[in-house]
Structures are given as C-alpha cells and as structure tokens.
Design a protein around this ligand. Sequence first.
Ligand code: GRF
Length: 221
Amino acid sequence: MSGAVRKKVAVLISGRGSNMTALIDAARDPACPYEIAVVISNRPEAAGLQTAREAGIATTVIDHRRFDDRQAFEEVLHETLLMFAVDLVACAGFMRIMTAYITGLWEGRMLNIHPSLLPLYRGLHTHERALEDGVRIHGCTVHFVTADLDGGPIIIQGAVPVLHGDTPGSLAARVLRVEHRIFPRALSLVACGAIRLENGRITGQWRADAAAFITSPELED
Ligand code: GRF
C-alpha cells in the first residue's frame, strides 16, 4: 500500500498467540493495509507476549483479576487503546467476555476469531461439540464483536472437513490452519475499507476467486 496510511491495530490475546503471529506476519508485507501497534494481554503469563516482544511489538498486560468488575477492566482497556491511537482491535484468542460498554465504543472496529462455523457452537469447546454432533463440516469465523457473545456480524468463514478418527486435537489443528489464513484477510478487508459495518450489517465488496479450501467470501491467492 505504497504511500497510504496503514491502520493501527491492537491485538488482544490471553494465551499462545498463534493467530496474533499470523496477523503480525501478514503485516510484514508492505502492501498490508494494517500494522500492529500493540499486543495487549489480560494474562501476564500469556506465551504470545514473548512472541510479540521478539517481533519488536509493544506489549501491555491488563490483568483482569485486578478489577472489581468487567466494566472497570474495560475502561482501562479502552484508555490503553486510545493511548496507542489504534484504529482497529483484533481479538485473537482473547478469553474475556466483552460488555456492551466496550463493544459499543468499538462498534465496527473490533474483530474476533472464533473456532466454529457460527452461529453453530458459540462459546467454548467447539471442536468437542462438533465431534459429538457428528457434523461433517466444521471451521472458523471472523466476525465483528458485539455485546452478543460470538453473535456479531460475520466477515469471513473458513470450512474444513471432519475426518474419520478425528479427535478434538486433530480437528482443532486443521481449523487453526484456516484461522491463520482468514483472520489476516478479514482484518485487511476491514482496514482497507472493503468491508464495513453499517446499521448492524456487513456492507462492501470482496473478490471471489478460487481457494484451496472453502471460504466465504473466497480468498485470493
Ligand atoms: C483459537 O482457536 C481461537 O479461535 C480461539 O482460541 C484459540 C486461540 O489460539 N478463540 P491462539 O492463541 O491464537 O494460538
């Protein structure tokens, strides 16, 4: 994106941070319409913090256990996002339920990756539940964050087959590889303005090309 100002992104994590790494890696491309300004964790022990530091990215810990309630935590989170002057927020394995306070302030500017084909399997243990139900197709979703947990408008989904003999671990690994592809793509689409949230609905355009796995909208490359 030569000459264009890249959107500044805060990545929120709670643990390993492999989706965070995918977002960081994609931002190394000068054509990427976003850059990672800060990585924020609600857990001081999150492994992703070290990965971010090694990538030369600013990190901040806001330990949720220090706060009396969710909004008090979110007020500090919001101040931190303002301090780093970010345009967009990417929740990448961020294991805190958001209230209407912060989702309202960041409406249309906060994205989340969820390891299921929403609206199926909101919440936790998505792979176990998919196997229990015997579904043949599973996957992941990037959506805008609203106060409705895992219920915000869908930006991109990626699907994978459920194979004979799958365990929650093998299925999670197959889904995770797709997560790492669709999250940078969804964030880029929002960062460059190709996709927007208007009156609670997704608007905009995206390309539909062949892809190695099923996604909607289909991914280029
Ligand atoms: C991912 O599967 C994400 O979809 C879910 O939690 C996991 C986080 O993994 N919300 P990582 O921290 O990005 O490696």
